[in-house]
Design a protein around this ligand. Structure first.
Ligand code: SF4
Ligand code: SF4
Length: 177
């Protein structure tokens, strides 16, 4: 993927990084990332788009803001992670298809209920992936969680769309950008 205006904008956002590693040490998801956040910013500043977009580091960012709060340079790390996600989604990169569908299914459930309904969320996700056997792999875990009351059952929630006006307002703001 060649560098674009958006990529340059993200580089500017992170241009003052001093490679201190505080972000990596603060990140709760770092253990699962193939490049630490510090390394990701280094690759970004070097313009290494291939390495960045073949990594799953930004896809695993859960927007917790720990790194943003602790960065000694006050850099917008979480925003930069989001911008990389949006670039990958906008370019329809196959590697991020599952992450994108996961996000869309999550938001769709939140939009309907005002919070996520786990059963519906996973149903939407599996349907979007079109892999009919995949749900069976997760069925034992789903049943265990349901028995412990950690997963909302479908009939327990009504489709009242309590956040609809908020979603519409944000969409209008984004269109006006
Ligand atoms: S905490 Fe900030 S300055 Fe330090 S490596 Fe991370 S982004 Fe760079
Ligand atoms: S915002 Fe993302 S990258 Fe930063 S600490 Fe949280 S999960 Fe890690």
């Amino acid at each position: 993927m060649p560098p674009s205006d958006e990529f340059s904008r993200i580089q500017e956002m992170m241009g003052a990084c001093i490679q201190c590693g505080t972000c990596s040490a603060s990140c709760p998801n770092e253990f699962a990332m193939d490049a630490t956040p510090r390394r990701l910013w280094r690759l970004l500043l070097l313009g290494k788009t291939e390495e960045i977009f073949s990594s799953r580091t930004f896809a695993l960012c859960s927007d917790c803001y720990c790194c943003t709060l602790r960065c000694p340079r006050g850099l917008p790390l979480t925003e930069a992670m989001e911008a990389l996600k949006q670039m990958a989604a906008g370019d329809n990169l196959a590697r991020y298809k599952n992450s994108l569908e996961f996000y869309k299914s999550f938001i769709s459930s939140v939009r309907y209920h005002g919070r996520v309904n786990e059963t519906e969320f996973m149903g939407l996700y599996f349907a979007a992936l079109r892999r009919p056997l995949l749900p069976f792999r997760y069925a034992p875990l789903g049943i265990r969680l349901m028995l412990k009351g950690k997963v909302a059952r479908l009939p327990a929630m009504q489709r009242k769309r309590p956040l609809e006006s908020l979603f519409r307002a944000v969409a209008e703001l984004e269109e006006g950008r």
